[in-house]
Ligand binder design. Structure first.
Ligand SMILES: CC/C=C/C=C/CC(=O)SCCNC(=O)CCNC(=O)[C@H](O)C(C)(C)COP(=O)(O)OP(=O)(O)OC[C@H]1O[C@@H](n2cnc3c(N)ncnc32)[C@H](O)[C@@H]1OP(=O)(O)O
Length: 286
C-alpha cells in the first residue's frame, strides 16, 4: 500500500517536473534517480550513485519513467545509459536482499519482475549504450534491449555473475541469456558467473557492438536511426513474436516466483553468502 502511494506521488511529481522543464526549452523529465531526455532520440540515464544499484526506489522511478515514455506516442525509441562514471549498473541492490524481512523481499522482487516485464516487452526500440561495468541485474537491463553497444574499456565487464555471490540467476534471467547467446554459452557462463570483457562479450554475443568509449553514445544514436527507419507495426509484431513466450513464462508464475525468491533469499546460508560478498566488496577498497 505504502509503495503504491509513493508511486502515485512520484508519477504526479514527475509530470509536474516534466512540464516545468519543458517550459525551459529542453524536453526532458526527471526524478531523483532517472533522467529522461526526449529531445531527438529519447535517452534514459540512470543516476543512482555510486554504482546505479537497483534499489527499490530506483526500480520504481525507472518503471514510472518507462511508463511515461510508453504513454507518449511520439516516442518510438529509447537509448538506455548511465550518468555514473564507469558504471552502467551494479545490478540489483544487495542491501535490498540482505538483512531484511520476507515481506520486504517479496515487495522488492515484485518490483524487479515488473521492471523486467515492462522493459523486455516494450513496444519501443531500446538500445543500450553500456558505458561502464554491467554485472548481473545491470546485464539484465542491457539484455532487455534490442541492441547493445558497449564501450571498449577492458575495465568494464558484463555478465550474469550470480553464482559468484552464492545465489542462482532466476529462470527468466537464464531464459533471456539463452535467447541471446545460446544454450551452451549460457550454461557455461551462468555456472562460472563469467564477467566478460567487452571483446569477449562481443565474441560470445552478449553485446552487438564494441566501440571506443567516446563513441558509445553517437553509435547508439546511429543504431537508433537505423531501427527507427523500420515501420513500427511490423517491427513491434516481430519483437512480440520473438519475446512473448519468454515473458509469458514468468507472467504465468509470477506469484510462485516471488515465493521462491523470498524463501531462497531468506535462508541463513544465502544470507551468509551475501554477507561474505558484501564484506569482499568493502575489503576491495583496502
Ligand atoms: C535468487 C536470487 C536472485 C537474485 C539476482 C540478483 C541479481 C543481481 O543483480 S545481484 C547484484 C550483483 N552485483 C554485483 O555483483 C556487483 C557488485 N559490485 C561490484 O562489482 C563493484 O561495486 C562495481 C559495480 C564493479 C563497481 O566497482 P567500484 O567502482 O570499485 O565501486 P565499489 O567500491 O565496489 O562500490 C561502491 C559502493 O557501492 C556498493 N555496491 C556495489 N555494488 C552494489 C550492489 N549491487 N548493491 C548494493 N551496493 C553495492 C559497494 O559495497 C560500495 O559500498 P560502500 O558502502 O561505499 O563500501
Amino acid at each position: 500500500m505504502a509503495l503504491a502511494a509513493a508511486r502515485r506521488l512520484l508519477l504526479h511529481a514527475g509530470s509536474r517536473l516534466g512540464r516545468r522543464e519543458a517550459v525551459d526549452g529542453a524536453r526532458r523529465f526527471a526524478n531523483k534517480r532517472v533522467l529522461v531526455e526526449t529531445e531527438g532520440p529519447a535517452v534514459m540515464k540512470l543516476r543512482n550513485p555510486p554504482v546505479n544499484s537497483l534499489s527499490l526506489e530506483c526500480l520504481t522511478e525507472f518503471t514510472i519513467s518507462l511508463e511515461k515514455l510508453e504513454n507518449d506516442k511520439s516516442i518510438r525509441g529509447v537509448i538506455l545509459t548511465s550518468e555514473c562514471p564507469g558504471i552502467f549498473s551494479a545490478g540489483l541492490d544487495l542491501l535490498e536482499m540482505y538483512g531484511r524481512n520476507p515481506a520486504h523481499y517479496a515487495e522488492y522482487w515484485k518490483n524487479v519482475q515488473e521492471l523486467w516485464l515492462r522493459l523486455y516487452t516494450s513496444n519501443m526500440i531500446l538500445v543500450s549504450a553500456i558505458n561502464g561495468a554491467s554485472p548481473a541485474g545491470g546485464c539484465l537491463l542491457a539484455l532487455c534491449c534490442d541492441y547493445r553497444v558497449m564501450a571498449d574499456n577492458p575495465k568494464y565487464t558484463i555478465g550474469l555473475n550470480e553464482s559468484l555471490l552464492g545465489i542462482v540467476a532466476p529462470f527468466w534471467f537464464k531464459d533471456m541469456y539463452v535467447n541471446t547467446i545460446g544454450h551452451r554459452e549460457a550454461e557455461r557462463a551462468l555456472q562460472l558467473g563469467t564477467l566478460f570483457s567487452p571483446a569477449e562479450a562481443l565474441k560470445v554475443g552478449v553485446v552487438d557492438e564494441v566501440v571506443p568509449e567516446d563513441q558509445v553514445h553517437s553509435k547508439a544514436r546511429s543504431v537508433m536511426t537505423k531501427w527507427l527507419a523500420i515501420p513500427d507495426h511490423s517491427r513491434q509484431l516481430t519483437k512480440n513474436m520473438m519475446r512473448k513466450a519468454t515473458a509469458d513464462n514468468l507472467i504465468k508464475q509470477r506469484e510462485a516466483d516471488i515465493q521462491n525468491f523470498t524463501s531462497f533469499i531468506s535462508k541463513d546460508s544465502i544470507q551468509k553468502s551475501l554477507h561474505m560478498y558484501l564484506e569482499k566488496l568493502k575489503q576491495k577498497k583496502g
